[in-house]
Design a protein around this ligand. Structure first.
Ligand code: NI
Length: 386
């Protein structure tokens, strides 16, 4: 499979560079999704365009089990600082998370699978908007899932590039590998007045100080030390001049968890921290916005991916996944069918220091045939189980 995959290296690189030169953001993936859908039709897939706004769902094969392969296609609102000839031609948009390569490798996998006699079906989920959400707070995976993209799927797999690991390696682990997320938005209300007479006010900054101490104590004092969790403040906003105590301060932030069982605990503890404002004579408002579940890799699927990697790349080339409480909306699909995401080593010499989302991020294209072969081989193993 690796050989067949290497044989289409040129196509893989061409697709990847084309997407890289023409990055599109969020759900506005009109050019990208058209190219993807056109290519899949040429390969003989049954293609549904515009699933989840600008997603593409494509299936091949008959009967048997359904294995889904997901690829995210969206870029980031970043001004690219690389200067090679295939750098972004759209100022302020850049494929700095490798989704250009995810799309290219999934197209490569689609091409190779279209030449096989399959004992089941393979469905490709090319999704928009992994990096953010729309005006209704829904991401690309949530939109596609709501439109039935996962109906009837037995297994679902995906990959993500990892610029910290060398080419020729993959990362895979069972269990939680990325974080469940809420954003939270708070207002602390006091009573404004003259800066020289704090005794006539209820200083919202003073209330804020106690709320922040409370928030920062949640993970260390209120959560089981064996449970990964984060409460971070990302914004504090209040006041307008030196000698006036304002009547309110705004603060917002994010919460993260690996185990859905502690999600509500984190919310409750954040509420309790804000209650401090009330205790001290003020008041507060607090609102949570659900961002999505943690990404939990299924044990059996992870084992199949691991075995595939060991046989294809060598036992020493398969390592534990680098776990993060960053968000990955593939988690939405994993709530609907057993599946797993693996990481693909794409470290590029001279670019080691530029991680995902960096304006100088780049990847070693020699990894493209490896990711492609991993997708194809893993999918075939699941269909073989049918
Ligand atoms: Ni990404």
């Amino acid at each position: 499979m690796l050989k067949q995959s290497h044989a289409i290296s040129e196509e893989l690189i061409e697709w990847r560079r084309d997407f890289h030169m023409h990055p599109e953001i969020g759900f506005e993936l009109h050019r990208t999704s058209k190219i993807v859908a056109d290519e899949l039709e040429k390969m003989g897939y049954r293609v549904r365009r515009r699933g989840g706004k600008t997603g593409v769902v494509a299936e091949i094969g008959e009967g048997g089990k359904v294995v889904a392969i997901r690829a995210d296609m969206d870029a980031l609102p970043i001004l690219e600082q690389n200067e090679y000839e295939y750098a972004s031609k759209t100022p302020g948009a850049m494929h700095a998370c490798g989704h250009d390569s995810h799309t290219a490798m999934a197209l490569g996998a689609a091409l190779l699978l279209s030449k096989e006699k399959l004992p089941g079906r393979v469905r490709f989920l090319f999704q928009p908007c992994e990096e953010t959400t729309d005006e209704e707070n829904l991401s690309g995976a949530q939109r596609m899932a709501a439109e039935g993209a996962m109906d009837g799927v037995d297994y679902v797999i995906a990959q993500h590039v990892d610029p910290a690991m060398p080419v020729g390696t993959i990362g895979i682990s069972a269990g939680p590998c990325s974080g469940g997320v809420d954003n939270w938005y708070g207002v602390i209300r006091g009573k404004g007045g003259h800066g020289a007479h704090p005794d006539h006010t209820i200083d919202p900054f003073h209330l804020l100080a106690h709320v922040i101490l409370g928030l920062n104590g949640i993970v260390s004092r209120r959560i089981n030390p064996f449970e990964p969790a984060v409460v971070s403040i990302g914004m504090v906003n209040g006041g307008f001049t030196e000698n006036v105590i304002p009547d309110h301060v705004k603060l917002s932030g994010t919460l993260r968890f690996a185990n859905p069982a502690i999600h509500e605990t984190l919310r409750e503890e954040i509420r309790r921290a804000f209650e401090m404002a009330k205790t001290m004579g003020g008041d507060y408002e607090l609102r949570f916005e659900y961002g999505g579940p943690p990404m939990i890799n299924d044990t059996t699927v992870s084992e199949v991916i691991e075995a595939t990697g060991r046989e294809m790349l060598g036992a020493d080339k398969v390592h534990e996944i680098w776990k993060t409480l960053g968000a990955e909306d593939f988690s939405v699909f994993l709530e609907m069918a057993p599946g797993a995401m693996f990481t693909l080593g794409t470290q590029k010499k001279g670019h080691e220091e530029y991680m995902l989302h960096h304006p100088k991020f780049d990847l070693d294209e020699r990894a493209l045939p490896i990711g492609t072969a991993m997708l194809v081989e893993t999918a075939k193993r699941f269909l073989g189980n049918a």
